[in-house]
Design a binder for this molecule. Structure first.
Ligand code: NAD
Length: 481
């Protein structure tokens, strides 16, 4: 049994309480490691360590900061196999997905911000011959980064990399459901020569560790990715303390298929956008709207491909899908399927838990599920499920599909399939979402703004947006007369 440790002031430490939580492998349902059940005392130590590291890290030339981060990105690549295996075991996702996407992206995040910081310039505003203004951008100090379980190392590094590159020191909390790769990452930080205290990782529960980070008066900014309800709690606590907050929250993304689309491509990419990572990607399209003239054709082709998806051992190369992340989450998703049935939905395929054989018998597997016959405004089509479940709904006009697409409280991502360029622009402009993909899905350029509108979040990550977030601008006005 591995006992994970917190990473504070460059040291791997047990929690002050000496208490631990069990960490379960979702593909077997068996506990295989223990994580620190930390509390505010550990967070306090982490904040003091970050505070002590801040003066020298923030003043270190950015070339040097960049070099350390590049070394860290290289080390992630060198340890790809170990990290990908750890991610698959901790999260239940297919090893091939962790190898192809999660871990390379974690390295790319760090490399991106290691180089972005070298190109990060500030503005100057000349007032004819009266004065000239320039903007100084300074790191904030100690910042908090709180991340979820669905893309563990990928999203953990997506926050930490810009924070550190900009010269801040970080107190970070990975999800207690998937803590392993963040723990392994701390060892790489040491190896890369990241100065002690620049990154501190405190493991444990959200309402204890996450809350202690949010409430700490010396943590001046919080970057959070997770559920909308947790985001609301963080916003409520942070607002009266005047903290900067960046919130990347839930979604209920529409995937709109027009009759003039490239049919084969729309079907095959929709399989991916519906079920990748067992549907546990905040960007997955969970509501598929199909123009009525191709509804039956799309439904038949889509359902037939879904039935071919192989759910199985994450470590089997033939598995398209692994386990969902936890027993609690599996039960939540299965309950959502029951709600859909009660609402009059017809289960076209899937809808059940899969009980595997042998050592996987207690794992958390769900059949990829497709439902039709539901109203656009029922609970199933309004609330995030975050699992391998999608609904199909026909539409007759652009106006109607925009009404359906924009009807939820969320506004994260959306996908449109059409060969009509003018329509693509028109729909993209009217969709209430932070991200619109046209004739593709999950094509990511790290320079672009990433985030949602409405209850899907506040602020944007990505590119210079994240560097703006992790710095404070100061205008300096010089009199020219
Ligand atoms: P969650 O909100 O339960 O937990 C996220 C993190 O917050 C975890 O580290 C958790 O321990 C911590 N936390 C929980 N309660 C807290 C509290 N009171 N104070 C501070 N921190 C607390 O979310 P989850 O179940 O881990 O992740 C799934 C959710 O994340 C989904 O809603 C999904 O859409 C969303 N998500 C959004 C994005 C995005 O970019 N918008 C990306 C991935 C996931």
């Amino acid at each position: 049994m591995t006992f994970l440790e917190n990473y504070i002031a460059g040291e791997l430490l047990p929690p002050v309480s000496k208490a631990y939580l069990g960490n379960v492998n979702p593909s077997t349902g068996i506990e295989y490691s223990k994580i620190p059940d930390s509390d505010k005392e550990d967070v306090e130590k982490a904040v003091q360590s970050a505070k002590a590291a801040f003066p020298s890290w923030s003043k270190m030339p950015k070339e040097k900061r960049s070099r350390v981060l590049i070394k860290l990105a290289d080390l992630i690549e060198e340890n790809l196999e170990e990290l990908a295996a750890a991610e698959a075991k901790d999260n239940g996702k297919p090893l091939k997905l962790a190898t192809r996407v999660d871990i390379p992206r974690a390295s790319a995040n760090i490399r991106f911000y290691a180089t972005a910081i070298m190109h990060y310039a500030s503005e100057s505003h000349a007032m004819e011959d009266a004065a000239i203004n320039y903007t100084l951008r300074k790191p904030i100090g100690v910042v908090g980064c709180i991340s979820p379980w669905n893309l563990p190392l990928y999203l953990f590094t997506w926050k930490i990399a810009p924070a550190i590159a900009a010269g801040n020191c970080v107190v970070a909390k990975p999800s207690e459901v998937t803590p392993m790769t963040a723990y392994l990452f701390t060892k790489l930080c040491k190896q890369a020569g990241l100065p002690d205290g620049v990154l501190n990782v405190v493991h444990g529960l959200g309402p204890k560790v996450g809350a202690a980070i949010t409430e700490h008066p010396e943590i001046k900014a919080i970057s959070f990715t997770g559920g909308t309800i947790t985001g609301e709690t963080i916003a409520r606590i942070s607002a009266p303390m005047f903290k900067k907050i960046s919130l990347e929250l839930g979604g209920k993304n529409p995937n709109i298929i027009f009759a003039d689309c490239d049919f084969e491509k729309a079907v095959s990419t929709s399989i991916h956008s519906s079920f990748a990572n067992q549907g546990q990607i905040c960007l997955c399209g969970s509501r598929i709207f199909i123009e009525r003239s191709i509804y039956e054709k799309f439904k038949a082709a889509f359902v037939s491909k879904v039935k071919e998806l192989k759910v199985g051992d994450p470590f089997d190369d033939n598995s398209d899908q692994g386990a969902v992340v936890s027993e609690t989450h599996m039960n939540k998703v299965l309950a959502c399927i029951e709600t859909a049935k009660k609402e009059g939905g017809e289960i076209l395929c899937g809808g059940e838990r899969i009980v595997m054989q042998g050592n996987l018998a207690n794992g958390y597997y769900i059949q990829p599920t497709v439902i039709d016959g539901l109203a656009f405004n029922c609970q199933t089509n309004q609330e995030e499920i975050f699992g391998p479940v999608v609904t199909l709904t026909p539409f007759d006009s652009e106006e109607e599909v925009l009404k359906y697409a924009n009807s939820t409280k969320y506004g994260l991502a959306s996908t449109v399939w059409t060969s009509d360029v003018t329509r693509a622009h028109r729909i993209a402009s009217e969709l209430e979402a932070g991200i619109v993909w046209v004739n593709c899905w999950l094509v990511r350029d790290l320079r672009t703004p990433f985030g949602g509108v409405k209850n899907s979040g506040v602020g944007r990550e990505g590119g210079f947006e994240a560097l703006h977030f992790f710095t404070e601008p100061k205008n300096v006005c010089i009199n020219l007369k």
